[in-house]
Design a protein around this ligand. Sequence first.
Ligand code: SAH
Length: 257
Amino acid sequence: MENEFSSIHEFDFNLICEYFSSVDRQGPGSVESALKALGFIDNLNEDSKIIDLGCGTGTQTITVANNVPGKVFALDLFPLFVSKLDEKIKEMGLDNKISTIVGSMDKLPFDKNFFDLIWCEGAVYNIGFRNALTIWKDFLNDNGYAAVTEVSWLTEKRPKEIEDFWMDAYNEIDTVSNKIKVIEQCGYKPVAAFVLPENCWTDNFYIPQIKAQYEFLNKYPDNPTASSLVESQRHEFELYKKYSSYYGYVFYIAKKI
Ligand code: SAH
């Protein structure tokens, strides 16, 4: 019985990974915002070590790798995403620049003080912002940076529907000023914080999913996991269109002190 349950569970899980691996980004972002964040980081050279945590299929890993000196590592929990990134690395001849790892961002298989920059787009919520900054600090060398996007409230008050949605999805969501406070409390200097433009969510995240959703539903008709996944993504997009003035992803750049 237990085996039966775990295999059903595994099927659901593989289906969700398959859905998200069919799009370029598994979270909101853009080349421009990654480059803007990189513009605040001034400690990198040919010997630097950079890691992209929760890299997914690695669209932003490639952007980072093409724009920093040094060696880039990319880690994600899900092997399917990492194998997609491995394919891109091969195609682009970046084998010497990027190394991938399947693992969890809260159990980094590296020595303390190893990294000059920890990068994380659209993924820190998996272990929580405060928890992540606390854990990652040990892995940064002196004056190392963390550059992290985190969903944040853009206003002090907001309508109940969106408040309830996010409190249920990620109750660590908070205002930008409170997130900056967390950065300070965790032993970092806040270097910059900027709100990702709306096209990071629309053009780069939700709109590419529309075609993927039709294909996915055609491939898995009558599959309850497939339909509820698509439904929840469509619902999220509707909420975003309605309430994008109240929340967004914010790029936080913090320097270890
Ligand atoms: N950075 C990518 C993916 C964001 S989606 C982008 O911006 O497109 C969030 C990612 O976090 C997924 O790829 C998911 O597999 C990964 N993830 C979830 N829990 C994780 C964990 N504990 N450790 C590492 N990665 C994790």
